[in-house]
Design a protein around this ligand. Structure first.
Ligand code: MN
Length: 152
């Protein structure tokens, strides 16, 4: 996907969000972060580092810390790596206007990365253990996934 859509949606003279010019960060482990985003609708943005960007999903309800709860996760545009550290207020009138705060952070280890099915181990403060992201339908344009914790 790259960062074209991310940049197209934002005016970096007016939003405090990073433009993603900083390039990839150095550090051990792949970034995992969830940001609580109090936009017009409160939601949680799950972001996982892959291929030099943060793959992103918007989760309308609090992410599950135990098995048995499945959450809709709507894939959104890739975000720059620097976004993992972003907290602040996106001004009114801007895309995603509202408060962003880090809800959980850490690293993740991929277990399986198939087309439309990812399983991975989250090492966060709130979320720990094996999680799964599964696409509802196989069609390329479909953005709806399920996010849940695996049993055991
Ligand atoms: Mn958001």
């Amino acid at each position: 996907m790259g960062l074209e859509e991310y940049r197209r949606k934002r005016d970096f003279r007016r939003t405090p969000e990073p433009s993603g010019e900083g390039g990839p960060r150095q550090g051990p482990g792949r970034i995992y972060v969830i940001q609580r985003h109090h936009a017009s609708h409160l939601h949680y943005d799950l972001r996982l580092e892959k291929d030099g960007v943060l793959k992103s999903w918007a989760i309308p309800k609090e992410p599950p810390d135990r098995p048995g709860v499945r959450r809709l996760a709507v894939q959104t545009e890739d975000h720059p790596i620097e976004y993992a550290d972003f907290e602040g207020i996106i001004p009114e009138g801007m895309y995603g206007a509202g408060k962003v705060e880090i809800w959980d952070r850490g690293t993740y280890e991929p277990i399986e990365e198939g087309e439309g099915k990812w399983t991975f181990r989250i090492n966060g403060e709130r979320l720990k253990g094996e999680y799964c992201l599964i696409k509802f339908r196989a069609e390329a344009g479909d953005k709806n996934w399920l996010f849940f914790k695996k049993k055991g």
